[in-house]
Ligand binder design. Structure first.
Ligand SMILES: [Zn+2]
Length: 94
């Protein structure tokens, strides 16, 4: 799947990323705000499923139309997002 990153001066350098995925249906980019936490030494001690520092402890994402940091319109068309496409994954256990 082809994807592009929204590089933004106003967002934190770590902990989140804004990524656009090309949809198979109409070739339009679907933009997603992904936020995550990277493992620290303590996380590694508490979980057997994390291998090294920097591994994702958890990751969550949601579909967006505008960049929440700079306000730029990312999606080609402004339209309501009908399906609530929130995801949350926890990598500390299976
Ligand atoms: Zn932005």
């Amino acid at each position: 799947m082809k994807s592009v990153i929204h590089h933004c001066d106003f967002m934190p350098n770590e902990g989140c990323q804004i990524e656009g995925f090309q949809s198979d249906i109409n070739n339009a980019l679907e933009w997603t705000l992904v936020f995550y936490r990277e493992a620290t030494e303590q996380d590694l001690e508490e979980s057997n499923y994390l291998d090294e520092e920097g591994d994702y402890v958890w990751q969550a994402s949601l579909v967006i139309t505008f960049c929440p940091y700079c306000g730029k319109q990312l999606a080609h068309k402004v339209q309501p997002i009908h399906k609530s496409d929130f995801t949350y994954e926890d990598f500390r256990s299976w």
